[in-house]
Design a protein around this ligand. Structure first.
Ligand code: HEM
Length: 475
């Protein structure tokens, strides 16, 4: 049928138009304004409400709540061998979620995470050496932290660095592909019924790929291909070392208990680590260092804490996770930075279950899309105080037990309830080791002509214009 030849071209233009023209996705500031102006429950789109009342967190997300993830998450589901491969993150089906989680949950446990520290240290050494070479120059710390986080997740996942830091560039276009994927999900996720006609339509995407001069980035392909290559290399190397990365552990498990992890699931888990664990950690590292540079009193206090621990011989050559946990101020600095700048700054969408629900005094029908944007609850003054908009890590040390409990219960940086972030402790380990490692050796100075960084939010709140100079400390 001749008209069928035009479908890919029409699809291509439709996709371009949706992504570049429609203002479908609201930045976090819009959610804040809407809730400040109206009530704690605001209708943001047809059948969609945003909630600002933190007491509703257990109802929407709590264990035992049957509010399932919304269709938004379908726009982030990767394809493998032309079939949708829902990940631990994207699956909306509780039975599938349970089945996917069971064989990998142990790998994310604290005991397992501690064995990954040498893999992280290798990357920290390269970062520190690079900063020594670049001393005194204005550098894009935002990009460097992303290079670091990608190389670390490569090590943790495959015992293999991508080489972002050595080559100082976007290897295999992973960073730009991920960015396209997030923009796509951020926008099309607001109208998810269009997804099966766009990137969700693999035949159309393939047809577009064949049109000369049109190159659509495939957000997931490079991640999946790299994962396949790493598995191949591991399987061919008979004498592969017994390191503590995910691939080695899951392959050894498979040797012991046949069929514990089918190949497709292996690809799924390993590539998901790359997708979920790189940008998120880079964003949170940027937030921590940015707020420190912009708040000299906190910077000084943290540096003093690190120096004191160093002098007392309490810090190893590479700061260990245990040592970082003993640095009380460091821990609240990271928590406060992730409160002011949560990596995910979109509402965490769920669907009202069968029978409907009453939230904030409003009766909501089954199927209504409800979500809390972490940015909104983090500005709640009754919980975080009148200075909720400011970076003040001390609030976490000054609060009494009761208040602290309420503050902790309001935290959504890593999600909560039935679907919390499984990689939380990996990131906290990585950040807890990295920040003191850097601040004990360098002074960081703001070097951008602009007074602030720039933030673009498409599900992740990604920062740019984070220009800094490193100066070696003479102690
Ligand atoms: C600072 C870093 C990180 C942040 C801010 C973050 C944030 C989040 C959030 C907010 C969710 C819940 C989303 C929702 O309810 O809609 C989530 C889920 C998830 N995250 Fe993370 N994440 C981080 C690091 C990681 C890492 C390092 C990994 C893996 C190596 C990871 C893997 C996942 C997975 C698999 C889920 C889905 C879990 C489930 O549904 O059972 N994340 N993350």
């Amino acid at each position: 049928m001749p008209w069928a030849y035009f479908l890919p071209i029409i699809g291509c233009f439709a996709l371009y138009w949706i992504i570049s023209t429609l203002r479908l996705a609201y930045p976090p500031s819009v959610y804040l304004e809407l809730h400040q102006k109206y009530s704690p429950i605001v209708r943001t789109r047809p059948k969609t409400v945003s909630i600002a009342d933190p007491t509703t967190i257990p109802t929407i997300y709590g264990i035992g709540s049957n509010f399932l993830k919304s269709e938004f998450y379908t726009t982030m589901a990767p394809f493998y061998k032309d079939e949708i491969m829902n990940s631990l993150f994207t699956t909306r089906d509780p039975a599938h979620h349970k089945a996917l989680k069971r064989p990998v949950a142990g790998k994310f446990s604290m005991t397992s995470i501690r064995t990954m520290e040498p893999l992280v240290d290798e990357c920290s050494e390269i970062f520190v050496e690079s900063m020594k070479d670049l001393e005194g120059q204005s550098l894009d710390l935002g990009a460097w932290l992303q290079f670091y986080a990608f190389d670390v997740i490569g090590m943790i996942t495959f015992n293999r660095r991508f080489g972002f830091m050595e080559e100082c560039k976007d290897i295999l276009n992973m960073i730009s592909s991920l960015e396209f994927g997030l923009k796509y999900a951020g926008i099309v996720g607001q109208v998810p019924y269009l997804h099966p006609w766009l990137v969700g339509n693999q035949s159309m995407m393939k047809a577009i790929g064949r049109i000369p001069f049109i190159q659509l980035p495939d957000p997931i392909r490079s991640f999946v291909e790299f994962t396949e290559e790493c598995i191949d290399m591991y399987d061919k190397d008979e004498k592969a070392k017994e390191t503590s990365d995910f691939l080695t552990s899951l392959r050894l498990e498979e040797k012991k208990h046949k069929n514990s992890m089918p190949y497709r699931d292996l690809i799924n888990h390993l590539s998901n680590n790359l997708l979920a664990g790189s940008d998120t950690t880079a964003i949170s590292l940027r937030a921590t260092l940015y707020y420190l540079i912009k708040t000299p009193s906190s910077y000084k206090r943290l540096q003093a804490e690190i120096d004191e621990a160093d002098r007392a011989g309490k810090l190893s050559k590479f700061v260990t996770y245990s040592e970082s946990l003993a640095l009380e101020y460091l821990q609240v600095v990271m928590k406060e930075a992730m409160r002011l700048h949560p990596g995910v700054s979109y509402p965490l969408e769920r669907l009202v279950p069968e029978g409907g629900a009453e939230i904030c005094g409003q009766k909501l029908r089954e199927g209504t899309n409800v979500g809390i944007n972490p940015v909104v609850v983090y500005q709640n003054r009754e919980i975080f105080g009148d200075d909720a908009a400011q970076f003040r890590p001390e609030r976490w040390l000054e609060a009494d037990q009761e208040q602290l409990k309420i503050m902790e219960r309001t935290l959504l940086t890593f999600g909560t309830g039935t679907r919390p972030c499984i990689g939380k402790n990996i990131s906290l380990m990585e950040m807890g080791k990295f920040v003191p490692q850097i601040l004990r050796q360098f002074d960081l100075l703001w070097a951008s002509e602009k007074p602030d960084w720039t933030v673009h939010t498409y599900w992740f709140a990604k920062q740019s214009d984070f220009i800094v100079k490193f100066k070696t400390r003479r102690k």
